[in-house]
Design a protein. Sequence first.
Length: 139
Amino acid sequence: MSRFHETKVRVRYAETDKWGTVYHSNFFVWFEVGRVELLRSLGLPYKDMEEKDDSHTVVVEVKCSFERPARYDDLLRIRTWISESKNKTIRFAYEVFNDATGERLATGETLHVICDGNGKPKPLPEKYRAQIPLTPAAE
C-alpha cells in the first residue's frame, strides 16, 4: 500500500534533554500522532473503532532507526502509511522529517493486533476493509 498521510508537530521544550536534543522515546509518541491522524484521514477515528466496534489496536512490536537528531522548536513532518494488513493485524510505517530542511530524521514501524475490549484477538471488522484492505500474500 503506498497511500500515506503527513502530520506536522513542533518539538516542545519538555521533549528535549538539557542540550535541546529530543529524547528518543518521543519519536514513538509522534508515531502515534501520525497513526491516529492517518486513520482519521481515512474516516476511521480510533475513538469510533473502539467505542462503536469494540476494535482496539494493541501495539505488539515497535521499531525505530534514528538517522539525525531533532531539536527544540524544530517543525517535524511525520509521514505514516499502512505497510501491511492481515486478518487480525495491521503494520504501520513511519518517516520523520525536519520540515525546514527536508532531512529524514528517523524511520520506524509498529505492529498492532486487533483485539476486543477484553484483549482477545479478533478480525478487523469487514466495514473497515474498504480503507484498510488485506495485503496480498507474498509468493
